[in-house]
Design a binder for this molecule. Structure first.
Ligand SMILES: [Zn+2]
Length: 260
């Protein structure tokens, strides 16, 4: 698995460089990546008409509730939340069971630090302790263990501390290929030009909620699937293991590994 993860990262790094010239929404962080060895994704497989909408921070209960109501109108749409730990607890105090409800509806939760600090300024021990504190908050509100797979680093900063965290806690760094945060019409326009496998970064705030209100009906009408980061990443891994020429159920193949 470690070998596979490294290959995965190198492959995605190459794709990112290709994407940078064509897509102004991709953050220009390529020069921060060379020493990063843990899995890091900017987008998933281009083979599927699927997008991962991700919502960071999760500061505002009101906007969380309105987004939940919007998502309830599109039960097939699944998204990923990257809340800070302080808000994991705080929102659950204001609306008991909110995180349990969202995960029961098939949405995913990933790590975004406890207090929205730049992981890059933390020590090795500090970043692990911050993750463990965030995870303790999550398991407290969910009432049990939860399989956290992704980290969205605060301020989208790729750092050695992020690398250590991913390696030590088995996480995948989830960046993005389409950014929200602007005028809803502009963001909606960018979403209409999205490619399969794009990771869309939103925040729980009014502009991004309004962008979602504009985008969801259009995405549904145009047969887009909204999937969790886990599904997007699993699609990508499956596609890497089964390249187009892979002969599944065709006997032993000594040069590549094929899964079903
Ligand atoms: Zn953030």
């Amino acid at each position: 698995m470690p070998d596979f993860s490294r290959r995965d990262f190198l492959k995605i790094g190459g794709l990112t460089l290709l994407g940078l010239a064509a897509n102004p929404w991709i953050p220009h962080a390529e020069d921060q990546q060379p020493n990063f060895t843990a899995p890091l994704v900017w987008h998933g497989s281009r083979k599927y008409k699927r997008l991962a909408f991700t919502y960071d921070d999760c500061y505002l209960l009101y906007r969380m509730r309105t987004l939940e109501e919007l998502l309830d109108q599109y039960p097939e749409f699944k998204v990923t939340f990257f809340p800070v730990g302080a808000k994991v607890i705080n929102l659950d105090e204001q609306d008991p069971g909110i995180w349990k409800r969202l995960t029961a509806k098939g949405h995913e939760i990933g790590y975004h630090s406890f207090d929205h600090v730049n992981l890059g300024v933390m020590s090795r021990a500090g970043v692990l302790a911050d993750y463990d504190k965030w995870y303790a908050a999550l398991t407290q509100v969910l009432g049990g263990e939860y399989p956290v797979r992704f980290v969205r680093p605060p301020y989208d900063i790729i750092s050695p501390a992020l690398d250590i965290l991913c390696q030590e806690r088995g996480l995948v760094a989830a960046l993005f290929s389409v950014g929200g945060g602007g005028e809803p019409e502009v963001v909606f326009n960018a979403i209409q030009k999205a490619q399969g496998g794009d990771i869309v970064q939103m925040h729980i705030r009014t502009d991004d909620y309004n962008s979602s209100v504009l985008a969801f009906p259009w995405l549904q009408e145009n047969n887009w699937e909204l999937v969790t980061m886990s599904q997007l990443y699993d699609d990508y891994l499956r596609n890497e293991i089964n390249p187009p020429a892979c002969d599944v159920n065709a006997g032993n193949n000594l040069t590549r590994t094929c899964l079903e």
